[in-house]
Design a protein around this ligand. Structure first.
Ligand SMILES: [Zn+2]
Length: 432
């Protein structure tokens, strides 16, 4: 692996950016990060030197929630609310996916994530008709080179329920494939509290903990869902998960739009991770999550784009801006979600430090959109777009440089996806 030197850029640190600064990568990890310019020796030792003039260098962006299959389903919501959208379009398309289509949709979703500066993404993987469909996602992620957790979605209630034993057996197999240095890992992905039984959520969560993994579940995305859970269990969804004993630091609560004061307190007390998906929540008219309040109470939070069927892209920078705008507009408070808080969520509260994996995102700020830069954090969160991402590095390997993906031919992929979606829609009986 190449010894890389990045210099003459603006390097993120939580208290004060290093401007200018430099950074060295050796053996896939960060071996130096300092203010100023490197000495001549550092230039001589580097096998590749990147001049980051006019760029922000961040810990790699994290996309905390996606569905790669939905890369084939953009722009189809057409004003439908969540449940109608799922029943009329998303579920019929999902059930018609072949493993080849799953592979192509995954490549498309992954490539878009790299192009948008993401170095780690959680795919809540729903197309689980056969293990080969899940292997198709793994293959795509390994080819692209991104870090990815495949949270194998499951449902043992409602339409086409799966057997609990089959789900546990399959997950056991996926966990068994993980190696300590695997970039692609697995997790349990119960769909929602109303599609998953409490008993199986408990069992799959205990299994995930045995393998150092986690549970990843949609919770309280819409008010209608909350009412369904209250009617059935007598308590709200977050409280129900707590009563099951699985609300802990190893659970991802995706959405949390409709959480009340008591639930926010529970999320904080149990140190659960909330994944905020503001664009998706806005597109589907689901609501505005109380993100400012949750952060103020000390709830751990990340951002996710959600699938491209409800976003309708994987642009994490746009997602952060939407989080800021919705939080402030929704509360008539310009400080409800600060730019610093939004950026911290976007990079999963990480920093750039010696010894860390070299997962980095470099964003051009000498653009018409961002110049002149008065404040780097504002420029990244309010001015920049995904297309301003110049370079993405994962474990010291360059996946994109000068705006060009290095592990895949983008034009060929788009052509193949355009052909595949026509056949898939026909098979699913969708005529839009
Ligand atoms: Zn989702």
């Amino acid at each position: 692996m190449k010894k890389i030197l990045i210099h003459n850029g603006n390097f993120y640190q939580p208290e004060k950016w290093l401007t200018p600064g430099f950074l060295s990568i050796q053996g896939g990890v960060i071996s130096a990060v300092q203010p100023g310019e490197p000495d001549q020796e550092a230039f001589l030792q580097a096998e590749q030197v990147i001049d980051a003039n006019g760029m922000a260098i961040l810990p790699g962006l994290v996309n905390g929630h996606s569905h790669f299959s939905q890369s084939f389903m953009r722009g189809l919501a057409g004003g439908r609310p969540l449940l109608q959208w799922l029943k009329e379009l998303i579920w019929p398309l999902q059930s018609a996916f072949s493993k080849e289509e799953m592979y192509l949709a995954s490549l498309l979703g992954l490539a878009e994530n790299v192009r948008g500066g993401v170095t780690y993404v959680v795919d809540h993987h729903k197309i689980t008709h056969t293990p080969e469909h899940t292997l198709a996602v793994k293959k795509a992620a390994e080819e692209i080179g991104l870090r990815c957790t495949i949270a194998r979605a499951w449902s043992d209630r409602g339409n086409n329920p799966e057997s609990g034993d089959a789900i546990l057996d399959e997950l056991e197999g996926w966990y068994g494939m993980q190696q300590p240095d695997s970039k692609v890992t697995f997790a349990s992905g119960p769909l929602t509290p109303w599609r998953a039984s409490g008993e199986l959520i408990q069992k799959t969560h205990a299994q995930a903990l045995r393998y150092g993994s986690f549970s990843h579940i949609h919770v309280s995305e819409t008010l209608a869902e909350v009412e369904m859970t209250v009617e059935e269990t007598g308590v709200r969804p977050v409280t129900w998960l707590d009563q099951l004993g699985i609300l802990d630091e190893h659970v991802h609560i995706v959405h949390a739009v409709w959480v009340d004061e008591a639930e926010i307190e529970l999320l904080k007390e149990r140190n659960a991770l909330v994944v905020h998906c503001p664009v998706s929540n806005a597109v589907l008219g689901s609501g505005i999550a109380p993100v400012g309040k949750m952060l103020a109470r000390g709830v751990r939070m990340r951002m996710g784009t959600d699938g491209s069927a409800s976003n309708d892209t994987q642009d994490c920078i746009e997602n952060a801006k939407m989080a800021i705008c919705l939080a402030r507009a929704g509360h008539q408070d310009a400080a409800n979600l600060t730019n610093d808080q939004a950026l911290s969520m976007l990079i999963a509260d990480r920093t750039i430090a010696v010894g860390d994996d070299a997962d980095l995102t470099m964003i051009k700020l000498d653009t018409l959109r961002s110049a002149p830069v008065h404040d780097l954090t504002s420029a990244v969160t309010l001015c920049a777009h995904a297309e301003d991402v110049d370079t993405v590095i994962v474990a010291g390997k360059i996946l994109m440089q000068n705006g060009r993906l290095t592990t895949i031919d983008e034009e060929i992929l788009i052509k193949e996806c355009n052909s595949a979606i026509k056949i898939l829609k026909k098979r699913a009986g969708i005529d839009i």
